[in-house]
Design a binder for this molecule. Structure first.
Ligand code: AMP
Length: 478
């Protein structure tokens, strides 16, 4: 889970990249970084911490140039060490390459072994460095980013939305199934590509369209061009982006996330209508769902929980006792809205169950008569290998358990999940175009010892003329 951005803008890019990363902060809080290019020099500033902690006006002024990329990281592969902070830089014979990646490769171990056997030394433990090596390898022989990305798409298995800065040109590409989001926006003096449209909004830009699965986009001072590198017989948009991960004000692959969540809330009521006195969201992730539920049921929306938005990351607390106290500081009950009420509590998902258990307890302690938990995703029964931080099956509360057993463990009066069909309908692009691995245990890419819902990818389908012009039309494929 990470956020990426690439900008080419005649007015300089370091400040716009910073604001865009700020808008994407929810996608990763572990580290942040920006690379820019000016003249013949690649400039990078990156460190562990939040965007506001990593950058200040001086560090941004020290990042000159009209082309650049940025990254916020939530580690899903590689440990939380400073070497793993992106973007990564590669220099070879006058070419300066910097790359940043959102997603997760599942064949990293094989590829790494192959490259190590060939004498390659790795400086980090991330899958992104493998991608950088494949690109650098291809550029050594062909100098064409198109060939490099074609090689990536042929060799990499997994999810990748990637931005790359090659000298003063920004490239962006998305894996052939489009698992992780990536979109294009127009700025006054250039273009932006970013994980979510909220980054475009933050710069007052205009949303153009999503980067297509398997597409390579190129942005330089003369504008934006694109080419289709690979095509697949289906898409596999990450369903968890809609459920939890993306910001509700983002439009992902043509759909406003807030609308999806509101529709899910409506369907949650229709699935299992119940009488209640208040519809209460778990902030902030449950708010849009609760709005939909309240509208459909006619039960008043009333906040029974308040989040302290100024609370830092809880993992920095050194002891368990301090961490538990930190959670209470983060979330508190509005007693007057809960006492003697039959509360319909709405949240996006239950993963380990610890959050829900704690919240249900808090609401009961505040004097609620009943707590009916309604969940905006079906039971999460399998891990995510493709970029969302999910625990193993044994840690997932719903894995191998009936709903009634989960309800008991959480302590709710009743518990209902949204059925998968309703969730898919609320998103609107069809189950065939979604990755539902965490909900079904069937994954769109081959993963050892897991079920695979087969996808066919064509790497030589010929150049697809996008609505923007291609930049190397007619080139034959190897
Ligand atoms: P828990 O059931 O205690 O594991 O917590 C689940 C809650 O954490 C959900 O209601 C989400 O709001 C949030 N959540 C879901 N997935 C993730 C994730 N991958 N990383 C961080 N928080 C998550």
């Amino acid at each position: 889970m990470c956020g990426i951005v690439g900008i080419v803008d005649a007015g300089g890019v370091s400040f716009p990249l910073y604001y865009a990363l700020y808008a994407l902060q929810h996608r990763g809080q572990e580290s942040a970084g920006i690379s820019t290019f000016e003249g013949t020099t690649l400039h990078t500033h990156k460190a562990q911490g939040l965007v506001a902690e990593v950058f200040n006006s001086q560090t941004l002024q020290d990042l000159p140039g009209n082309a650049g990329i940025g990254h916020v990281r939530y580690p899903t592969t590689g440990s939380k060490v400073s070497e793993n902070v992106q973007p990564f830089n590669f220099r070879y014979r006058g070419l300066n390459l910097s790359i940043a990646h959102n997603g997760n490769l599942v064949n990293t171990a094989e590829l790494r072994e192959e490259y190590e056997r060939r004498g390659q030394i790795f400086c980090t433990t991330t899958d992104t460095e493998i991608m950088g090596n494949i690109i650098a390898d291809a550029l050594r022989t062909s100098k064409s980013m198109e060939d490099a990305v074609l090689l990536c798409m042929r060799r990499l298995r997994g999810s990748y939305a990637t931005v790359a800065l090659l000298n003063d040109t920004v490239y962006a590409f998305r894996d052939p199934l489009g698992i992780k989001p990536l979109c294009i926006g127009k700025l006054d003096n250039g273009y932006i590509v970013a994980s979510e449209s909220v980054a475009i909004d933050a710069l007052d830009g205009t949303f153009v369209r999503d980067v297509r699965p398997g597409e390579l986009v190129r942005i330089d001072e003369s504008g934006l061009t694109s080419i289709q590198i690979a095509t697949a017989n289906r898409k596999a948009y990450c369903i968890f982006e809609y459920i939890y991960f993306a910001r509700a004000d983002s439009v992902i692959d043509g759909t406003l996330v807030y609308d999806v969540r509101r529709r899910i809330g409506q369907k949650l009521y229709d699935t299992c209508p119940i009488e209640g006195d208040t519809v209460c969201p778990v902030p902030d992730s449950g708010i849009a769902y609760a709005a939909g539920y309240a509208k459909q049921s006619g039960i008043p929306f009333l906040e029974g929980l308040m989040k302290n938005r100024y609370m830092g990351r809880t993992f920095i607390m050194p002891t368990q006792q301090q961490r538990e106290r930190a959670v209470r500081i983060k979330l508190n009950t509005v007693r007057g809205n809960l006492k003697d009420k039959r509360v319909v509590l709405i949240d996006d998902s239950i993963v380990r169950g610890t959050t829900s258990r704690r919240i249900v307890n808090m609401i009961r302690d505040a004097g609620a008569e009943e707590v009916h938990l309604r969940v905006g995703s079906p039971p999460i029964i399998a891990p995510c290998y493709l970029g969302v931080d999910m625990p193993t099956r044994t840690e997932l509360i719903a894995s191998g358990k009936e709903v009634e057993a989960v309800r008991k463990s959480i302590g709710a009066t009743s518990l209902t999940y949204i059925p998968l069909e309703d969730l898919v309908e609320a998103i609107g692009c069809g189950e065939r175009n979604l990755c539902t691995g965490c909900l079904t245990g069937c994954y769109p890419v081959e993963i050892n010892n897991e079920k695979n819902c087969h996808c066919i990818v064509d790497y030589g389908a010929g150049t697809h003329q996008s609505d923007l012009s291609t930049f190397r039309a007619g080139k034959g494929r190897t």
